[in-house]
Design a protein around this ligand. Structure first.
Ligand SMILES: [Fe+2]
Length: 278
């Protein structure tokens, strides 16, 4: 049990709350990995990249720089093809890690298959995670037959309910689709469809510290009403920032490190293969 991590496990099946005990008294350490895009066919490539090999490389980078952590957050497009075999190939990687990994769906995923397949000893699709003075909320923005995303009323109600019942916590919200424009036209037309409804819930409260997402395969940092807004590199292919149409960015794959202090402060940075701290 590295670093004293204690996995307490699901505590309430109704609200799907998972509770973990942080290794350090003053902070929790998390990694965000996103857009892993594992293929069903092991021979397939994403712009010449073997996505499973790239994920393993990124996890090894994390092991060299930020291990151990209390948990990993996998923010969607976990597979490229929403098929059982693709999730099984992902699990071959995830079950080699003993830290808990919390997963939410992206546009390439099947939320149903994820709930069926991604609940193992250390892999979970829990909607909320309590760790020290923090609550992490995992939202589902999947919308059938489109690459855009939407928060259904049930997700908005869950968000409101969790925020209202955890006023003593600092909150980190995770989702796949960007709730703001990122200045890249082809990506902005497939962002979250209903950001106003999302922010209307957030604006009722003062304890949300940050929102993190995937989907855009690039780093992004902004702020709205004191809430940090951040996206992270994919563990495989990168997209060029501020490009009007699809353009591959040659920067390397990576992940985000998050240190959530008991005080509510967040320290965070991204780290990429063959690069130093960004
Ligand atoms: Fe993606």
């Amino acid at each position: 049990m590295i670093g004293g991590l204690v996995k307490i496990g699901p505590t309430n099946t109704m609200s799907n709350l998972f509770k973990i005990e942080q290794s350090h008294q003053d902070y929790a350490e998390l990694l965000q990995i996103t857009d892993t895009h594992i293929f069903a066919d092991e021979e397939e490539r994403f712009d010449d990249i073997d996505t499973k090999a790239s994920l393993n490389d990124v996890l090894n980078l994390a092991r060299d720089n930020n291990w151990p952590v209390d948990a990993l957050l996998a923010t969607g497009d976990l597979v490229h093809d929403a098929k059982t075999i693709a999730y099984e190939r992902l699990l071959e990687v995830f079950t080699s890690i003993k830290e808990p990994i919390f997963c939410l769906p992206g546009n390439h995923d099947s939320p149903i298959l994820m709930h069926q397949l991604l609940n193992t000893k250390n892999v979970h699709t829990s909607k909320s995670i309590e760790i020290g003075s923090w609550l992490i909320i995992m939202l589902d923005t999947f919308l059938q037959n489109t690459h855009a995303g939407q928060l259904q009323q049930i997700e908005l109600d869950l968000l409101d309910d969790l925020l209202g019942k955890n006023l003593d916590k600092h909150v980190l919200i995770c989702l796949h689709h960007p709730p703001v424009e990122i200045g890249s036209e082809w990506m902005d037309i497939m962002r979250l469809n209903n950001p106003d409804e999302f922010f209307a819930v957030l604006d009722k409260y003062h304890h949300v510290k940050a929102v993190i997402w995937g989907h855009i395969h690039q780093e992004f940092n902004s702020e709205r009403n004191g809430v940090r807004l951040m996206a992270s590199p994919s563990t495989c292919v990168q997209f060029m920032p501020e490009s009007g149409e699809y353009r591959r960015d040659d920067r390397a794959a990576g992940y985000r490190y998050l240190k959530l202090h008991t005080s509510g402060e967040i320290e965070t940075y991204t780290l990429r293969l063959n690069e130093g701290t960004v």
